[in-house]
Design a protein around this ligand. Sequence first.
Ligand SMILES: [Zn+2]
Length: 218
Amino acid sequence: MIIKTQVVSHWEQNARVLIDPIMKHAVIVDPGAEVEVLLNLAEPAINQVTDIFITHCHIDHAGGVAALLELFDQRGLARPRVAYHTEGQFLGDRIDMQSISMGLPPGQYRNVPKVDLDLKGLTSFSVGSVTGKLLYTPGHAPGHIALYFELPEPVVISGDALFRRSIGRTDLPGGDYELLIQSIKSQLLTLPDETKVLSGHGPDTTIKDERARNPFLN
Ligand SMILES: [Zn+2]
């Protein structure tokens, strides 16, 4: 599987495009903004983007989903499903308001569209022929999901749960520090040592490194 990264939004969020080069299927993860760039990154699978996957419904991860869907329509491409855990729906419903209150350009960040694939209760998710595991990791935000692929090499898209030497903030609505620590310890630190961690912000790391050196987890 090919994983491309694009830093997007006012909050420098790491959006990802996952591509199965064999079936030529793609999934766009956390399109917070700069959706045209993200869609173009889906080449050579631009005609078969199956899902827009949202780790959690914060503005910097999900504020571009509505614009991205419109771009599919404009280009005459089949609309992908919108996939997220609906526990976080209330966060996605306040992005318009939040954007206005922050004085951001109108329309740049918009409410998250209706869910097509509710990740609630699901345990697996596929990008073409590659199947990954959904890891329920609330604490930074309700309904937060990390996405783990064992093959071709172990990698986890950790959203805002785990960062290199840090963890997600828990002072936003629905945040819960104890719950986040519990999520990280039970769902992420139990992954194989060599698992690459692709976080929502900042540089990549590994599970082994964070288990040993993350000051919040020791
Ligand atoms: Zn967040």
